[in-house]
Ligand binder design. Structure first.
Ligand code: SF4
Length: 360
């Protein structure tokens, strides 16, 4: 970033003063705000990655009611943790949180790291999350840089370099670190994020209500809508997939996905991706034969569900199927279970399945 700003001390102190005063008056009342409990702050930060606050808040409240301490979380079965995460997406977050809770409750006897460097060693905690927890819970002068902060900084200092480039990102971290004050670093970081979420929004920022307006170079130049500069997005690929609602004696066959990958540890109606030139019925027969060792007759379509993941979109076509032969045995799943519809509520499912299960 060859136009990396090095703001003078008077700008830095004016920005800190204005943001902290504004935050004191306008901070939203959120259930984890005001807490210095590292466990609550850690859960909230992990839960709110890639998730809107209005969507994440009820999940946070349910999660904390179920697991009020790191010991409760560590002792819980993974299925229960995933059930409380069901619908939030990015399930690796929940699995890492659970794994890390076991480490903290066990090897560390419940003692949390108290520095950003210590938090970086916790599974699922990156530089942003470590800075957020260390500054909010422990008052460390550690910076945060997420999408909101990037937008605020590139506008405030009219940074024209592409915000997706590694060199720019490094310089933005440096800038964020220079701005964090020794006193109230956690409040300052939250103020930056809050400003990005509520005032300095991606579209139509409310500059007239912004506490930093007098310091903002992009606003003075009228180029706030052009910051941050981002790399053009690649087209998102689309997949066609099929899934089978196989019923026997009133029960449906469910499979549990292996722990590590996409949607790991969640339960689903078995299925997979439709190959090029393949019919839906042909794909289902092939997948169930190869992956479960069973023969089926494909019946009527229950529903076609569209779903968007971060790197691709998918349409899942769910068909009723009759079991014609073979004892299902898991090859790509870790477990298979014939399940009554009344028991579905005990399992954590991906969103696409959640939309179709009530139709069965
Ligand atoms: S003045 Fe406008 S563009 Fe600048 S930081 Fe405030 S809201 Fe963002």
């Amino acid at each position: 970033m060859n136009d990396a700003p090095s703001p003078p001390a008077r700008v830095v102190s004016a920005l800190r003063r204005r943001l902290l005063a504004w935050y004191g008056r306008h901070a939203r009342d959120l259930p984890w705000r005001g807490s210095r409990d590292p466990y609550a702050i850690w859960v909230s930060e992990i839960m709110l990655q890639q998730t809107r606050i209005d969507q994440g808040t009820p999940y946070f409240e349910r999660f904390m009611a179920a697991f009020p301490t790191v010991f409760d979380l560590a002792a819980a079965p993974e299925d229960r943790v995933l059930k409380l995460w069901e619908g939030l997406g990015y399930y690796a977050r929940a699995r890492n949180l659970h794994r890390a809770a076991k480490g903290i409750a066990g090897e560390r006897a419940g003692r949390f790291p108290d520095t950003a460097a210590g938090w970086r060693k916790v599974p699922g905690v990156g530089r942003y999350t470590a800075g957020a927890i260390a500054s909010i819970a422990f008052g460390e002068r550690a910076a945060v840089l997420d999408g909101n902060v990037i937008r605020v900084l590139t506008r405030l200092f009219d940074i024209r370099a592409c915000a997706d480039d590694a060199a720019t990102r490094r310089d933005l971290w440096g800038l964020a670190e220079r701005l964090v004050p020794v006193k109230r670093p956690g409040d300052f970081n939250q103020a930056m994020m809050e400003l990005g979420a509520c005032v300095c929004t991606p579209k139509a920022p409310q500059c007239a209500a912004c506490p930093a307006r007098a310091l903002c170079r992009a606003h003075a130049l009228g180029v706030e809508a052009e910051r941050p500069v981002r790399r053009a997005k690649a087209a998102v690929p689309h997949q066609e997939a099929v899934a089978a609602a196989i019923r026997k004696n009133g029960r449906y066959l469910l499979g549990k996905r292996p722990g590590g990958g996409l949607l790991g540890g969640l339960w689903e109606l078995p299925g997979g991706t439709v190959g090029p030139g393949e019919s839906h019925a042909g794909a289902l027969e092939r997948i169930l034969r190869d992956e479960l060792g069973m023969a089926v007759r494909v019946g009527g379509l229950v529903a076609s569900i569209d779903h968007a993941y971060s790197h691709f979109t998918v349409t899942v076509h769910v068909y009723r199927c009759a079991h014609m032969g073979g004892t299902p045995s898991p090859k790509t799943h870790t477990e298979l279970r014939w399940t009554l519809p009344g028991e579905f509520g005990r399992f954590a499912f991906p969103k696409a399945n959640l939309k179709v299960l009530p139709l069965l």
